[in-house]
Design a protein around this ligand. Sequence first.
Ligand code: HEC
Length: 114
Amino acid sequence: MIRVLSLFILVGALVGCKSVAPPTPLGDLNAQQMHGHAVYEAHCAQCHYDRKNAALHGPAMIGVFKKPYLSSGAPANDERVTATIVHGRNLMPAMGNTLDQQDLDDLLAYLHTL
Ligand code: HEC
């Protein structure tokens, strides 16, 4: 009986993990998403993992738009994420003067593939 129960729990946990789709493979990105990936590598990767669910200096970006909330509890939407990038947040530096509108749009397009 205990065994049957633990099997149910195990299966439940596995199914739970699979409910969030994995990031789009890099080879399947379109031109805009590829440019966004380059922006990410240049400006975000030193502090955030994009394809690994672990914190670096800041929270992991994997599945950022597949969850309802950011780690701060703010809603995970384009407005909040863009505002975080442009204005910074606590230890995260503001990048409004470093990234232009095209960089921001492409970066957001990439983050949506994670
Ligand atoms: C110097 C390190 C650093 C860099 C570079 C950096 N971040 Fe962050 N980021 C952080 C830290 C630290 C936090 C946690 C801030 C907090 O909530 O206290 C954070 C938080 C965030 C959050 C969550 C905000 C929230 O409301 O929870 C997002 C989204 C984010 N960063 C995206 C980015 C993106 C996209 C880039 C590249 C343009 C980037 N970060 C570059 C350090 C960094």
